[in-house]
Design a protein around this ligand. Structure first.
Ligand code: PLP
Length: 373
């Protein structure tokens, strides 16, 4: 079956009533069989596994073309689950333009366990190679990156990681599996903040890891999750499963709208620069075209001519775009990124990050037209 069909039917939790919609199984505990050892469907206790979580994980693995998936209570819980498999002395290479929460957890919290981090410009695989040491165990990729929408050549960095015997993990939140399948390009694990496009309605916090192989790494992550407890609730799993049913319909609209808005903004006199890999003269366009199918995603950033004041002014005048953080929902959002990042942020003061929703594109363009005038 094709993915659209699978996202509606695969892994469905059955109910004795014949309900067309999956039931939500809130039970924390499951009855043992007469032998006191086995369980009818393998469920024992909800921290370990739950029917709604299993159903969701089936869909997530299918979406990314992986063999197994672990669903988490947030994107950062998913990232943390990978970092928890590292050992004292291990070294990690991350992009200079990375979701700042991921960098924060490494530099602020994992540093105390003796894990070190180097930052490199991932738009150049040679810079990644140069940042690697004998102790490097993990290369963390984010493409398109956040907030500067830089593009990393997934196949090139995956090959580099394999050659050096380290793990390659890709945060695929911005691109989504609609546009890009890192596992098919040699990446070992895909990470998602499912909070964004996969959920799509700005009302579920969640994360996921999807694995190319059911290997020791997967077993370690799964055991840490079972014993450590970073599990999503059955309701969140159910809600996310429901969102996935329309994912393949929402994503092309986000992407087509973003392309049109980027094109409009690129030609606007009040805009200094547009960061969007769909634009022909964007620095990442060539590589993005090679590895992204069907479009370039729904998020872009712009530099407003002038500085912080001009950027904030434009932001304030927008009426359809809600002035808020996050991305990937049906509604369009705009954010002055520097205001929410940490003190060490190098994000330009005149940068606005735009999450393009699925409203009518004419309305979105008109809103920017009036805000910039
Ligand atoms: C939002 C986001 C995260 C963090 O996910 P949460 O669900 O907020 O924990 C990580 N990476 C990227 C690219 C994100 O956009």
């Amino acid at each position: 079956m094709k993915i659209e069909t699978q996202l509606i039917h695969a892994g469905k939790v059955e109910h004795s009533s014949g309900a067309v919609v999956e039931p939500i199984v809130l039970a924390t505990s499951f009855e043992r069989e007469g032998d006191q050892l086995s369980y009818r469907d393998g469920f024992l206790y909800s921290r370990y596994d739950n029917p709604n979580r299993r159903s969701l994980e089936t869909k997530l693995a299918l979406l990314e073309g992986g063999v197994a998936a672990c669903a988490f209570s947030s994107g950062l819980a998913a990232a943390t689950a990978i970092f928890q498999t590292l050992k004292t002395g291990d070294h990690v290479v991350v992009p200079d333009d990375i979701y700042f929460g991921v960098r924060l957890i490494l530099q602020k919290h994992f540093a105390q366990f003796g894990i070190s981090v180097s930052v490199a410009d991932f738009s150049d695989p040679r810079a990644v190679a140069a940042a690697m040491t004998r102790k490097t165990r993990l290369v963390w990729i984010e493409t398109p990156s956040n907030p500067r929408i830089k593009i990393t050549d997934l196949a090139a960095v995956a090959a580099l990681a394999r050659k050096k015997g380290c793990l390659a993990v890709a945060d695929n939140t911005f691109a989504t599996p609609f546009h890009q399948n890192p596992l098919a390009l040699g990446i070992d694990v895909v990470m998602h903040s499912t909070t964004k496009y996969l959920a799509g309605h700005s009302d579920i916090l969640g994360g996921a890891l999807i694995f190319r192989e059911k290997n020791e790494l997967f077993e370690t992550v799964r055991a840490f999750q079972k014993n450590g407890g970073s599990a999503p609730s059955p309701f969140d799993c159910w809600l996310l499963s429901r969102s996935l049913a329309t994912f393949q319909l929402r994503m092309p609209v986000h992407s087509a709208n973003a392309m049109r808005l980027a094109t409009f903004l690129e030609g606007h006199e009040k805009v200094e620069k547009v960061f969007y890999a769909g634009l022909k003269n964007d620095a990442g366009h060539r590589v993005a075209k090679k590895q992204m199918q069907k479009g370039f995603g729904g998020t872009l950033s712009i530099l407003v001519k002038g500085g912080r004041a001009e950027a904030l002014e434009a932001c304030k005048k927008l009426q359809i775009f809600t002035h808020a953080t996050s991305l990937g929902g049906v509604e369009s959002l705009v954010e002055h990124r520097r205001s929410v990042e940490w003190a060490g942020s190098t994000t330009p003061e005149n940068l606005l990050r735009i999450s393009v929703g699925i409203e009518n594109i004419e309305d979105l363009i008109a809103d920017f037209e009036q805000a910039l005038s």
